[in-house]
Write a new protein. Structure first.
Length: 128
């Protein structure tokens, strides 16, 4: 029991907490005073979802799928990208926000990049 609780808090809890943070940030008004350059929000979406993609891969790599590299990579990409798409749908219903297909695309690209970078740095190296 103790080991499974440690496993949950070490691997799954960060994914859930990060997802909750994204949800809370997207539930309120757009923050003031952020960087002001062309498409700054797209850059923010990219890096936020790169983090989620990396966390998903970190966690899913410890499951029974861990020895199926392609399955873990794709599932991590699908889960984090799907969360990004659902976040854009969620923002459609928030009065102070808007839903943007380009934000969703930035979420997807960030998710894929986060998964691939994490895989290359932390998983691929271990195998070689």
């Amino acid at each position: 029991m103790k080991r499974s609780l440690q496993y949950f808090f070490y691997y799954w809890f960060p994914v859930g907490l990060y997802g909750l943070l994204i949800f809370l940030l997207s539930s309120g008004p757009i923050p003031e005073g952020g960087p002001e350059f062309f498409q700054a929000d797209k850059v923010a979406h990219f890096f936020i979802f790169a983090g989620l993609g990396a966390l998903c891969l970190r966690t899913l790599n410890t499951t029974a799928l861990g020895n199926k590299v392609l399955a873990v990579l794709l599932l991590s990409m699908v889960l984090s990208s799907g969360y990004g798409i659902s976040d854009e749908i969620h923002q459609y219903f928030i009065p102070s926000r808007n839903s943007d297909i380009l934000d969703a695309l930035a979420d997807i690209c960030g998710s894929i990049a986060g998964v691939l970078v994490y895989w290359r740095i932390f998983i691929f190296r271990r195998g070689n």
